[in-house]
Design a protein around this ligand. Structure first.
Ligand code: SF4
Length: 71
């Protein structure tokens, strides 16, 4: 069951290596700058984006995406 807690997307820009995996799996939440470094489009995405966001965090080769949950 989905709870009411909100998912927060936190990115460690120093760890981002610009691979772009996050943009592939969650293009509504992530974009990339010209140099490849990630841009967070929506730091508090709606629930329908939770799946893609969790997948992005899992596939990020730099482990740069951290997810926080706030009540
Ligand atoms: S998947 Fe990770 S390393 Fe690649 S662009 Fe996204 S945040 Fe950066």
């Amino acid at each position: 069951m989905e709870t009411n807690s909100k998912l927060k997307v936190i990115v460690d820009y120093d760890k981002c290596c610009g691979a772009g995996q996050c943009v592939m799996v969650a293009p509504k939440v992530f974009d990339q700058r010209d140099d490849g470094i990630v841009i967070v489009l929506d730091a508090e995405p709606p629930p329908e984006q939770y799946g893609p966001v969790r997948e992005a965090a899992a596939v990020c080769p730099g482990a740069a995406i951290r997810l926080g949950e706030s009540a």
